[in-house]
Design a protein around this ligand. Structure first.
Ligand code: S3P
Length: 175
């Protein structure tokens, strides 16, 4: 079985939804940020501060290649879709875009004290909004399935993902 890859901006709920989806489907869940923290030996914000974003992106790209070989639910980091290389890798995957309104995303990002996002430290709300719009186009283009998560609890989001994935699989097997 191929992995189900969750994409979307920071704060979209990829980790929360990924964990619940994995447990519902009896699959393992790989959180790329968690794996990278283990691999890099420090939190992502410290790594960015010491080595810079491009060094982080290299590790992220290497990990993405590895995890796409697994039968798992994969929660990517919000920027994993930025490089052409990763876009090509994701093109043939079952990729689910968790879409949410900019104001909701920014509020979640700003409130999350456990997960300090370096790009949220560096950018003000207006700049984050611009990133959400720009990246939004990329997420849309790459996604095989887009789920609007606004006002939805994780259980409802998961039910929608499962329905859509099954529908796509049935459609493919008939064509
Ligand atoms: C990033 C998103 C973060 C993390 C890193 C960079 C981004 O992951 O990978 O801080 O560029 O959007 P989350 O989307 O899980 O917050």
């Amino acid at each position: 079985m191929n992995p189900i890859v969750l994409i979307g901006f920071m704060g979209a709920g990829k980790t929360t939804v990924g964990k619940k989806l994995a447990s519902k489907l009896g699959k393992s869940m790989i959180d790329m940020d968690d794996q990278l923290v283990k691999r890099l030996g420090c939190p992502i914000d410290s790594y960015f501060a010491t080595f810079g974003e491009s060094a982080f992106r290299l590790h992220e790209a290497t990990l993405l290649k590895e995890v796409l070989q697994k039968d798992a639910i994969i929660a990517t980091g919000g920027g994993a879709i930025l490089s052409k290389e990763n876009q090509l890798l994701l093109k043939d995957q079952c990729t689910v875009y968790l879409k949410a309104e900019a104001d909701i995303l920014i509020e979640r990002i700003r409130q999350d004290q456990k997960n300090i996002r370096p790009l949220a430290l560096k950018n003000n709300d207006l700049e984050l909004k611009k990133m959400i719009v720009e990246r939004g186009n990329l997420y849309e283009q790459l996604a095989t399935i887009t789920i609007d998560t606004s006002q939805k609890i994780p259980e409802k989001i998961i039910t929608e993902i499962i329905k859509r994935v099954e529908y796509d699989e049935n459609r493919l097997s008939r064509s």
